[in-house]
Write a protein of this length. Structure first.
Length: 57
């Protein structure tokens, strides 16, 4: 299982996205970032940064 939490990217939040693939995790993380952290536009820099921090559970 792949995982990425807000804390993994330096945000004080207990959210953790889990999925079978990195893409699954990034989709869940993006939806959370938009609805809970007010990120209106996800840039390539955001996604690249997050992708590097996805890890195995």
């Amino acid at each position: 299982m792949k995982v990425l939490g807000c804390k993994d990217v330096g945000v004080e939040c207990d959210f953790v996205a889990k999925g079978k693939t990195v893409d699954d995790v990034l989709k869940k993380t993006a939806a959370h970032a938009k609805t809970h952290h007010g990120i209106k536009r996800l840039t390539k820099d955001y996604l690249d940064s997050w992708k590097k921090r996805v890890h195995n559970e």
